[in-house]
Design a protein around this ligand. Sequence first.
Ligand code: ADP
Length: 302
Amino acid sequence: MESTIEVRNLAKRFGNFEAVKDVSFTVRKGDVFGFLGPNGAGKSTTIRCLLSLIRPNAGSIRLFGKDLQKERSAILSNVGSIIEKPDFYKYMSARKNLEVFARISGADVDASDIQKMLEFVGLGDRGAHKVSGFSHGMKQRLGIAQTLLHDPDLIVLDEPTTGLDPQGIVEVRNLILRLKNEQHKTILLSSHQLSEIELIANRMVIINKGTSIIEGEVAELLNSGELIVVFTLDDARRAADLVQEAFPQTKVKALSDGELEIITSGIEVPRINAYLTQQAFLVHAIEPKRKLEDYFMKIIAQ
Ligand code: ADP
């Protein structure tokens, strides 16, 4: 399948500080691709490199199969983005703002196209209203309409729901899904929340401290065959050794004197429990954790 974005071993320093150390990922045509990482992970820096706003120190970026450094303007004319809060002329109407942006960017749209875009983002009856009276969510949706003016194949959204109220979040989320389903756009969406990515993205990469860690299908990453199970019991350290010996295919670690973490397939959990009981351990609790969620929470906690 054709890749829309291919980033390989990207690095970007600011002075001596390596904001991005080694980021690689591939976005395929038609993906809603989640770019997930805690604050400060290097998401915005990577996105700014992708949009050619800053120059990376190392690595390669290809968009639509073309090298960004060599075919910058051809590539960027096919990309729409919101990377900070969209900036509008407050005292102009929503429609007028889109007309002005269309003129500046040379987009070939007429009044009825602009009306269709306003309708698409749920602002069909607000076109004549001044942007100064818009909520943050409405401005965000108008920003998405603005990215559509030149009909790009790829839309890059940096933390598009941050700071929105719950209703605004749902509206922007639904809009992103409609961009994919109705307009067949490819979307790169950054977020620091796994729940956000889980709801709308089909593929994702996790980045932390400037490095990409894991990439794949969201459904597979969230429901991978392996499960982390934490057993609460007495003498976890001795139990760890015994379980590891009896179940060599599992990964066992004593988290503390009273907690044993076992990475295993779900079917083995009752057998491990029976074994521990047989060995006279007192198992107080067994808590399954989704692997990715647990992993991501640990990253964030660091
Ligand atoms: P994220 O988008 O994942 O929150 P950023 O890419 O914004 O992360 O930032 C990554 C790191 O790089 C942060 O520690 C940030 O302070 C630093 N950083 C970002 N831009 C600059 C800059 N222009 N100069 C110096 N440091 C920067």
